[in-house]
Design a protein around this ligand. Structure first.
Ligand SMILES: [Zn+2]
Length: 87
């Protein structure tokens, strides 16, 4: 049936054979070709190599979702205040 074989997947980056469900991120109904460890490592390297790009992405995101972020922060503020009053 090939079921046991399909449980495993080779990472195209480190070449390691890992559990597909556990060690790979899901992506468009399938799985990414690099394992979570390698994906994290790549993300870290990208962040270190392009700090200004990350800031720019975050700034754009913040501007696009300003209302949601404000609403979220208001809720967080209220919760904190509530928690402080309980003490
Ligand atoms: Zn890997």
């Amino acid at each position: 049936m090939g079921v046991t074989i399909q449980k495993f997947k080779r990472c195209t980056d480190c070449g390691g054979i890992k559990l597909r469900e556990q060690d790979f991120h899901r992506h468009r109904g399938g799985f990414r070709s690099v394992c979570k460890v390698c994906a994290n490592e790549r993300a870290r390297q990208y962040r270190e190599a392009h700090p200004e790009r990350i800031r720019e992405t975050y700034r754009t995101y913040r501007e696009a979702h300003r209302d949601e972020i404000n609403a979220y922060q208001r809720v967080q503020y209220r919760l904190r205040k509530k928690a402080a009053n309980c003490n």
